[in-house]
Design a binder for this molecule. Sequence first.
Ligand code: CDP
Length: 210
Amino acid sequence: MKTPFIIAVDGPAASGKGTLAAILADDYGLPCLDTGLLYRAVGHLARGADLDDHAGVAALAQGIDAGLLADEALRGRMAGEMASRVAAIPEVRAALKSFQVAFANQPGGAVLDGRDIGTVIAPHAPVKLFVTAEPETRARRRWLQLSAHDPELAYETVLNDIRVRDARDSGRADAPLEKAADALLLDTTDLDIEASIAAARSLVKSRCGA
Ligand code: CDP
């Protein structure tokens, strides 16, 4: 069977991977899935729940629908924090896996962004990018986004959130954040959006010869 044209875009929080994934999807006319949104949705549904009840939290994945995924609350700071907590629960990852695998392997191809796309969800993806940047750069970008809705939010708070989330995402036993051996590294620390887009496009072309 021919491998579908899958572009896997992984990387840490606020590295710019979501923006790049959406642009690459548009370039190639492919559907795009922000897999972080699925974890954010489970985290949102798990507010106030006992996170030690792994089966109970995983069952909340059944409650994800298009309306919930469009909810602005999922973009907020607490949703990101809750997402990374529930994402460390193997039962939650298992509950979300088949949807992501099916999305990746749809016949026309797809773009997915997340933490484990190139390693677990689509290890056979012909194109893999690992997008990263220094924590301070990522924190500044995320602070600019979040402070538009929360003027009281301090940059230091966001930097601390990013460091905690990096450690949790990279340190978990199940599907930790890590660069796949065959992923192309894109460090956007010194790149603005336009330069990041140009770099991502040329990396994808170098891999697929398009
Ligand atoms: O946008 P940002 O990079 O802050 O986060 P996100 O991509 O929306 O992901 C939120 C959280 O979900 C991450 O911190 C991860 O813990 C988790 N996640 C994951 O474990 N695996 C994925 N494929 C995507 C997200």
